[in-house]
Design a protein around this ligand. Structure first.
Ligand code: GLU
Length: 296
């Protein structure tokens, strides 16, 4: 008798560093990315660098170049990326628009998204008090649903059905009341309720570009990412992304959300904390080894 077939091997670990070149990287990025690198190394996995440069107003090529230099100085090494290529090139989001458009078209064809003409002010005014229950609380005002098709009269619905992609934003309609759960590999069990913890969210922007949520999901799936390691500020977004992955028929990766580094006043580090940028620390003679010891 032949032995029973071995169970299929789990896919090899693939992680990513996904900075946005909107400023210089700071110590908070380095700490989260260090965890990502250690988790990839611990399993002999692959780490890739993805340049999340979709926000045309805020991203600058000089920040993208600085990002690579600062990461290397700090001791990061990746096996695929914008500077070294790889099987899933290109690794600059601005060069991957066709993939995002195709995903958007699928969501639209499935009736899962609708155009939204609300301004930022409409949204702020119609939202209730910021929602505070659930994981980490809502991270943006809960959308009122004013542009949901059933709130419009039939003529307006027909008019909008013929709209092109560009010229307005498009929201993903969340399944109200559905509880979503996952086990975070750092923080343990997480749960949220669609329509309560977060509402219908933008997947395509008025400027005819994908939102962060859509781009990241398309890329994590296309690049075969098995675990997403990132800051805990994105915890609520993980639930949005799980819905998008499901809608696109893609398996979900594991998620590992790292606590954020806070400054002396308890504020989370941001690109405005110029003195804690990796550039400034390097110029001040600090070494990566010493900086890593400080957060240990
Ligand atoms: N590019 C995003 C940022 O810099 C992070 C994306 C992610 O890790 O999902 O905030």
């Amino acid at each position: 008798m032949s032995p029973p077939p071995a169970p299929p091997a789990p896919p090899a670990y693939r992680g990513r560093l996904a900075p946005s070149p909107t400023g210089y990287l700071h110590l908070g990025h380095a700490r989260t990315f260090w965890t990502a690198q250690e988790r990839a190394r611990a399993t002999g996995g692959t780490l890739l660098l993805r340049n999340e440069d979709l926000d045309r107003a805020r991203c600058r090529p000089e920040f993208a170049a600085a990002m690579i230099e600062d990461l290397r100085w700090f001791g990061f090494a990746w096996q695929e990326g914008p500077d070294c290529g790889g099987p899933h090139a290109p690794y600059d989001q601005s060069a991957r628009l066709d993939l995002y458009r195709a995903a958007f078209d699928r969501l639209r064809a499935a009736g899962l998204v609708y155009p939204c003409t609300c301004s930022r002010r409409d949204i702020a005014e119609s939202a209730g008090a910021p929602h505070e229950s659930g994981v980490g609380g809502g991270d943006e005002p809960l959308y009122s649903g004013r542009c949901r098709p059933e709130r419009l009269d039939a003529a307006e619905q027909n008019r909008r059905a013929a709209w092109p992609r560009a010229g307005h934003s498009w929201r993903f309609r969340v399944p109200d009341g559905r509880r979503l759960q996952f086990i975070d590999t750092a923080l343990g069990p997480q749960s949220a309720v669609a329509g309560e913890t977060f509402g219908d969210f933008v997947v395509w922007r008025r400027e005819d570009l994908p939102s962060y949520q859509l781009a990241v999901v398309v890329d994590d799936a296309a690049m075969g990412i098995t675990e997403v390691v990132r800051g805990a500020d994105l915890l609520v977004s993980t639930f949005r992304q799980l819905l998008l992955l499901e809608a696109l028929g893609c398996p979900a990766p594991a998620y590992h959300h790292c606590p954020l580094l806070l400054d002396a006043a308890g504020q989370r580090l941001a690109k405005r904390h110029a003195s804690l940028s990796l550039r400034a620390l390097r110029a001040a003679g600090r070494t990566p080894a010493e900086l890593r010891l400080a957060w240990a």
